[in-house]
Design a protein around this ligand. Structure first.
Ligand code: GLU
Length: 293
């Protein structure tokens, strides 16, 4: 029987976990435990240029020290290129994807700026201009508003073409884009629930559109509040800011738990596993929004 809840934590191994990623891990694991579901870990190392040596091992060690227990083997995106290529070929055959010869600079120079970055003006949409070779591959997006209900953020809508444009699914450096890899992996791993940071809320309509094209089931989403640094920026693993202390896991877990607005345990847990057995029955997401029709 298929589980009714299957969640995942999907860090990019660009450095050791920081407090912001611990918050995402705590939110997704607590939600899976509270639903009696499965929870998986996936290393999102699809962008091999950003990988930091030893970071994947350090992240897994930190998760273990904090009492996280994942199901099965950790999936590494860097080992899934053949699968992503197969999906790219299907999308090309069906006319949903096309080769693009534009450089990043050319796209930026058109000056079309959306909430998610430069908007592709569609130069190669109907074929590569003469003398141009394929650099990247893009997904053709329709003039369509995509809306979904987020369990925390409420209803979120995006005009895919006007706000984002045809987006890259295989990059000019040959690596597959996160947007494609995440959808293929969530599908292949049978994920039902995504709990992650709110910085990815604006990526979700692209992912839902890809899910639709691939015939993948739609997922439930909960986008957690982001931890920001003193300058109001999202923490980055590459900056090594706010690292998590593997020698004091209970304090880190409690800090993440409080950050997520969860109730204080009556007694200070002595060990991570004690924290988790209490957390499993006290986790609550705020749901003060109307669901999507
Ligand atoms: N790999 C992404 C990150 O580390 C998370 C992607 C996801 O959860 O969909 O920010």
């Amino acid at each position: 029987m298929k589980p009714t809840y299957r969640g995942r934590f999907a860090p990019s191994p660009t450095g050791p976990l920081h407090f912001g990623s611990l918050v995402a891990a705590v939110g997704s694991y607590a939600d899976a435990l509270a639903h009696g579901g499965d929870w998986l870990v996936r290393m999102e190392d699809v962008d091999e240029g950003r990988k930091a040596a030893g970071a994947a091992d350090a992240i897994l060690r930190t998760l273990e020290r904090h009492g996280f227990q994942w199901r099965g083997e950790v999936l590494f995106q860097s080992r899934r290129k053949a699968r992503y290529q197969e999906v790219l070929e299907i999308l090309l055959r069906q006319g949903h994807a096309y080769p693009c010869g534009c450089t990043r600079k050319e796209v930026q120079q058109t000056g079309l700026q959306g909430p998610e970055g430069p908007i592709y003006p569609g130069t190669c949409r109907n074929g590569l201009p003469a003398g141009r070779r394929a650099r990247a591959f893009r997904l053709r997006v329709p003039e369509l508003e995509i809306c979904f209900h987020d369990r925390i953020q409420g209803r979120f809508c995006q005009q895919l073409q006007a706000e984002v444009g045809d987006f890259v699914i295989r990059r000019a450096d040959g690596f597959f884009a996160y947007q494609l890899a995440v959808v293929v992996d969530d599908f292949d791993q049978g994920i039902t629930d995504v709990v992650r940071g709110a910085d990815l809320l604006g990526s979700t309509p692209r992912q839902r559109y890809l899910q639709k094209l691939l015939g993948a089931p739609f997922l439930r989403y909960a986008h957690l509040p982001l931890v920001l640094d003193a300058g109001g920026r999202k923490l980055s693993k590459r900056d090594r800011a706010h690292p998590v202390d593997d020698d004091d896991p209970v304090s880190g877990l409690l800090a993440a738990w409080r950050f997520l607005g969860q109730p204080e345990p009556p007694e200070h847990p002595a060990r991570p596993l004690e924290f988790w057995s209490w957390a499993a029955s006290h986790w609550k997401l705020s749901k003060n929004h109307e669901p999507c029709p």
